[in-house]
Design a protein around this ligand. Structure first.
Ligand code: SAH
Ligand code: TMP
Ligand code: ZN
Length: 406
């Protein structure tokens, strides 16, 4: 029997997505023979509600000096993070000379807003290449993994923080309790914890199983966050649903009794019960929905190929690694994947080895169909790819349902 990574209860893996490679491990041909794979099984904990991977590759295999994800590649995300910074500044930084810490600060997309406002800040970012980009933009960055020790080091240098922030990284860290102990060591008494991550409720409702990949060792809900932080004396004081990454939740927590609790917390907790997030049947249904999605997507791509259509993938997102490997979609079905990130171009997609080429290649000779692997950026992509559509090109989508977009 497996044990929950947070509360040690027995958990049952309810589904496997098969052998999966490192989601951001875009690689050159000579690296194919040594590519690393792991069995991607998932479980939900009946006690604390935490949705989790059974196995996760070592962190150094995922986060390093060649990390392929640069937050700043999406202009919509830049705007989003400016709004996030504004909310923190106006709601939570009311004391003089505040100090904020962000983990997983990547290229500085959020912290640059604090740096430019002259607010004391520190980013914690283990992937050296993205951390360097942040430093060049004037964002103070510690090139380390965050844990209890890193927190103690920051306090020794800068004192305690008013706000601890994160986005799309808390769900990456398997040593969850060490992170919360670090937060506890780092924060002032009335300090706040603010982070946003893909929301389990959205993944289940939209069958967006591609949010499950090596980095995402957890998918959070209010139920699991309240439980795990509760162990360390913190409580949820507010929540704000977000549209980013196909449906995320921004959580605000504080030490118990230190801040008023918004009525939204109780409302969302009840909605999670109503949606059956605590019931095994919900996960059995999710599994069936993933299998149906796989059948329909491979069926549709197979039909297009049989008709002699040219189909390419659009945006070599981390998520696409799960879809392509789970469905067995390779270069026979997708000619290439168009992506704007220079470090991914000229390489091959993890596991299925589809070539990744620049957006200029896409624009030079439009295909008949493009599989929208970056569906979470669809508004931004649709706005900039109008010529593809005008020329008769069509989008194939698979979240929330498989089909050709009209
Ligand atoms: N916050 C950014 C980046 C998310 S990607 C955004 O939302 O766009 C996750 C980032 O977290 C990566 O840059 C990765 O290197 C970093 N990371 C992974 N484990 C970490 C840890 N233990 N502490 C701090 N950062 C970590
Ligand atoms: P994400 O979904 O994990 O944020 O990954 C974003 C990826 O999508 C990144 O590799 C860049 C790529 N991308 C494009 O190629 N074109 C675009 O217009 C956008 C918004 C993203
Ligand atoms: Zn648990």
């Amino acid at each position: 029997m497996q044990k929950c990574r947070a509360c040690d209860s027995s958990i049952n893996p309810f589904m496997s997505f098969g052998k999966q490679p490192i989601a951001n491990g875009f690689l050159a041909k000579d690296q194919f023979p040594k590519e690393y794979f792991f069995e991607m099984q998932v479980a939900s904990c009946p006690k604390c509600g935490l949705f989790q991977l059974i196995e996760q590759p070592d962190k150094e295999m995922m986060f390093h000096g060649n990390y392929a994800f640069f937050s700043g590649t999406s202009s919509a995300m830049q705007k989003h993070f400016a709004g996030y910074a504004e909310m923190v500044k106006t709601e939570y930084l009311k004391e003089p000379d505040p100090f904020v810490v962000e983990i997983g600060s990547n290229d500085g997309i959020l912290l640059v807003n604090f740096a430019q406002a002259g607010i004391r800040h520190m980013g914690v970012e283990p992937s050296a290449n993205v951390a360097d980009v942040a430093r060049k933009r004037g964002v103070q960055t510690l090139n380390k993994f965050f844990n209890r020790e890193t927190a103690v080091e920051i306090v020794a240098g800068q004192g305690k923080a008013d706000a601890f922030m994160a986005a799309n990284v808390m769900c990456h860290i398997p040593f969850f309790h060490s992170v919360i102990e670090g937060i506890d060591a780092l924060l002032k008494d009335r300090g706040v914890v603010i982070f946003e991550e893909p929301y389990l409720g959205d993944v289940l409702a939209k069958t967006s199983y591609d949010q499950i990949y090596d980095e995402h060792v957890f998918l959070f809900s209010l139920t699991s966050i309240a439980y795990v932080f509760g162990v360390h004396g913190f409580e949820l004081v507010d929540v704000h649903p977000q549209e980013t990454h196909g449906g995320s939740m921004r959580y605000v927590l504080a030490r118990k009794g230190m801040r008023p609790v918004s009525a939204k917390v109780g409302q969302f907790l009840k909605a999670e019960k109503d949606a059956g997030l605590d019931k095994p049947e919900t996960y059995a249904k999710f599994k069936a929905a993933c299998e149906k999605s796989k059948r329909e997507l491979t069926g549709l791509l197979g039909d297009l190929k049989a008709k002699g259509k040219r189909v390419v993938g659009y945006a070599a997102t981390s998520k696409s690694t799960t879809v392509l490997n789970y469905c067995g979609i390779g270069p026979d079905l997708l000619e290439y994947i168009s992506d704007t990130t220079p470090i991914k171009q000229g390489k091959f997609s993890p596991g299925m080895h589809i070539p990744v080429l620049s957006n200029e290649v896409f624009a030079a000779r439009y295909p008949d169909y493009a599989l929208l692997l970056g569906w979470n950026h669809s508004r931004e992509i649709m706005a900039k790819e109008q010529a593809f559509k005008r020329g008769g090109g069509k989008w194939v989508s698979f979240v929330p349902t498989v089909g050709i977009l009209e």
